[in-house]
Design a protein around this ligand. Structure first.
Ligand SMILES: Cc1cc2nc3c(=O)[nH]c(=O)nc-3n(C[C@H](O)[C@H](O)[C@H](O)COP(=O)(O)OP(=O)(O)OC[C@H]3O[C@@H](n4cnc5c(N)ncnc54)[C@H](O)[C@@H]3O)c2cc1C
Length: 501
């Protein structure tokens, strides 16, 4: 932390400093301006303007709309059971969720955009992740704002633009200015193109800088992953977590099963920092995934994508072990090559922001050598760094299962399609991370709590950084949590009495 005495001059002043321009930061800025039109709000964002929006911009844009209030409370309590959160926070969240839809609709309308039920890219309306825990009663709808991609983000970005909120891009939060005894926060130190600037925040500082999904060191130390590849913004590198640690915050949920909502099958290319999501809506099924020993290890075509790649085993939800058996190799045939673009386009940084054009029929990626091609399965197996006989035996066993209509790993009969039409292909699959939920413990007002469980004066946190979801996560709850916590932070921070020098 930097002390007040170390600050020689203030470069900017505001009432509320919002760090991070993703959905949590945007919602805080909107709420602040609507409730306190005469107070000054400043948003700083590490990325340049063309890369702003964080994970919020490249996410699936799905928003969870609750059903029965009590059912939602029970459902979330059950999902948090392994690491319970305070009942007061849980109840507050449920009430806010139940009241959220009209506010979102108003934001869509203000932006001239359409709010719809559904997710805009498949006709299955509601994603019920954990039916055993009561999802059917708790979740009424999945909703989104059009267009696809980025509709929710674009609508909220437009709301921010309409309010003429001051945003400084390429300004990264690097430290807080604090009283070393009371921990009271007076402002922040930011870095802009190599220069350090001091910003005075008279009423509060909100940290909404996302998670640590792009920080492999932190993934290894906090989540135990040896390899993890982000599908969202490359700018979320855990800065907020480190700054909050320095500020005396009590951390929570650094290793949560709701982390990201699981590990997804992803594809890495040599020139991108982040990874592609493998197509989750494959039209054909003549493909399998192999672990490093050349054997299959899960039911690849189960409805796993709807449970954020979690399998129900002996009554417990587990991550599909995509990160445990690396390298993973996908094997597919000509039918699958022809009918499916291997990457999923509606979300991820590479497709939405970088605009990487993966070829529809995968021919460019075969040409580039990213996808290995061979005329026969024997030739393909020989090209892989695995035991050839094991690979061939695995494919043979899978194909025999297809002929018999029964799969040893439980694939549904309608997804049993033999790998039979040459040429044949292999593609390396890596574990893709959606986001992380760890950060500082916070209360219903989005105040950051210190180790004594008391709020650190004038310090707020919102969004996926320090998320409330401590174990399992229901689709559509991260974006709505970013809205709720961002708004709460603005409401309470701007009600504080300004500090004086
Ligand atoms: C591929 C994908 C699909 C997803 N699908 C869904 C979905 O359908 N529904 C759902 O609810 N959730 C989904 N999520 C999760 C959801 O997108 C995030 O949890 C949510 O967007 C978090 O919002 P946020 O504002 O906290 O963070 P972000 O939107 O990530 O914003 C954080 C911002 O902080 C900036 N920043 C980082 N460090 C600094 C710094 N030092 N100083 C200043 N700025 C900084 C970043 O550049 C970024 O702009 C998905 C995520 C991904 C990646």
């Amino acid at each position: 932390m930097a002390s007040l005495a170390s600050i020689k001059a203030w470069h900017y002043e505001c009432d509320l400093l919002i760090c991070g321009f993703g959905l949590a930061g945007a919602c805080a800025a909107i709420e602040a301006t609507d409730r306190f039109p005469h107070q000054e709000v400043l948003v700083i964002e590490k990325a340049p303007a063309k890369h702003a929006g964080g994970n919020s911009r490249v996410s699936g844009q799905s928003l969870m709309m609750p059903g029965d209030r009590q059912a939602l409370l029970n459902y979330q309590r059950k999902m948090n059971e392994a690491n319970p959160v305070d009942e007061e926070l849980l109840t507050y969240w449920v009430d806010e969720m139940c009241a959220l839809e009209p506010w979102i609709r108003a934001r869509a309308e203000e932006a001239g955009a359409r709010f719809i039920y559904g997710n805009g890219f498949t006709d299955r309306e509601t994603v019920l992740e954990y039916p055993e825990y009561g999802a059917r009663e708790a979740v009424a709808h999945t909703a989104t704002i059009l267009p696809i991609p980025s509709g929710v983000w674009l609508a909220f970005e437009k709301n921010v633009q309409k309010r003429n909120i001051n945003i400084k891009f390429e300004h990264a939060l690097i430290d807080l200015i604090q009283d070393p005894d009371t921990l009271e926060v007076f402002g922040a130190v930011v870095e802009h193109r190599g220069e350090r600037l001091a910003i005075k925040a008279k009423r509060g500082v909100l940290i909404a800088t996302g998670g640590y999904e792009n920080n492999l060191d932190m993934q290894r130390n906090y989540f135990g992953l040896t390899h993890a590849y982000a599908m969202g913004t490359p700018y979320n590198t855990g800065d907020g977590v480190k700054i909050l640690q320095k500020a005396g915050a009590d951390l929570w949920h650094m290793r949560s099963k709701g982390q990201s909502g699981g590990l997804w099958p992803a594809i890495q290319t040599p020139h991108q920092d982040t990874v592609f999501l493998r197509n989750i809506l494959m039209q054909t099924f003549s493909w399998i995934d192999l672990a490093s020993d050349g054997k299959r290890f899960y039911n690849e075509t189960d409805d796993l994508r709807r449970t954020h790649y979690k399998e129900l085993k002996h009554g417990h939800y587990m991550d599909v072990p995509l990160a445990s058996y690396l390298p993973i190799t996908m094997i597919f045939d000509e039918t699958t090559r022809q009918h499916n673009c291997m990457v999923f386009r509606p979300f991820t940084w590479n497709t939405v922001v970088e605009g990487y054009q993966w070829s529809d029929d995968n021919s460019a990626e075969i040409e580039s050598g990213l996808i290995i091609k061979a005329d026969t399965l024997e030739e393909l197996a020989a090209k892989l760094s695995m035991d050839t006989d094991t690979v061939l035996a695995t494919i043979d066993a899978y194909n025999k299962g297809c002929a018999q209509g029964q799969d040893e790993l439980g694939r549904a009969p309608e997804t049993l399609q033999a790998i039979a039409t040459g040429p044949f292909y292999a593609l390396n699959i890596v574990p893709g991370i959606v986001c992380t939920g760890g950060g500082a413990k916070r209360d219903t007002q989005s105040r950051v709590l210190g180790h004594d469980q008391q709020p650190i004066p004038r310090l707020y946190e919102a969004g996926e950084l320090g998320s409330m979801f401590s174990h399992l996560y229901q689709n559509g709850c991260y974006l709505t949590e970013a809205m709720i916590t961002g708004r709460a932070a603005a409401k309470h921070a701007l009600a504080e009495t300004p500090w004086t020098e």
